[in-house]
Design a protein around this ligand. Structure first.
Ligand SMILES: [Zn+2]
Length: 189
């Protein structure tokens, strides 16, 4: 049996973030809960970078709001079977960086705790979600650049098709982690 590095649960107040795990609710592109509970777990290396990002965002009076982190491989199959679009989802046969515990989907909150305008909603699968999209407001472009600067300064790589997705640079060197190891947050089938 493979030994996996234990994942770290990202919860306030230890991590000063807002956790809104969309796949534990029907408020996601499948319109159904995929997870049994709103679990927010990351590999320790990614958790270290999130801690840096939290501190960096705080300099701007902002906080992070996390939509997804570790995603069981089983969940990646549910999402892929719903929308098999390789521009927006990793083919589960190859493995998503989320399933390795080294990717996080997130946005920025302003000092009042409101989500800033990023030009599109989380998980809007359209070219407007791409970095460098022209057809969004200047404010939204500025907000995306701020998140990009915070996350890349903290040690994350970006993904050009999704303003909300960040992952460690060497994500493929991390093992895929089965759901059972994370405390099983898939919906029972
Ligand atoms: Zn993602």
């Amino acid at each position: 049996m493979l030994a996996h590095t234990p994942l770290i649960e990202i919860t306030p107040p230890d991590y000063d973030v807002v956790v809104d795990i969309r796949y534990a609710t029907a408020h996601n592109f499948t319109n159904k809960a995929v997870y049994a509970r709103p679990a927010c777990f990351l590999h320790p290396d990614a958790a270290t970078c999130v801690r840096r990002a939290i501190a960096y965002a705080a300099d701007f009076g902002m906080r992070l709001k996390i939509f997804d982190a570790y995603r069981p491989p089983e969940a990646q199959w549910v999402l892929w079977n719903h929308t098999p679009d390789p521009n927006f989802l990793a083919d589960p046969a190859k493995g998503s960086p989320h399933s390795r515990g080294v990717a996080v989907d997130l946005t920025l909150l302003d000092a009042q705790g409101h989500e800033v305008d990023m030009g599109t909603a989380f998980d809007e699968f359209s070219p407007r979600s791409h970095h460098g999209a022209e057809d969004i407001t200047t404010d939204a472009k500025r907000n995306r650049l701020l998140l990009l600067g915070i996350m890349t300064s903290a040690g994350f790589d970006f993904y050009r098709n999704e303003w909300w997705h960040y992952q460690l640079f060497n994500s493929r060197t991390y093992d895929l982690i089965p759901d059972a190891h994370s405390g099983a947050h898939m919906m029972p089938t």
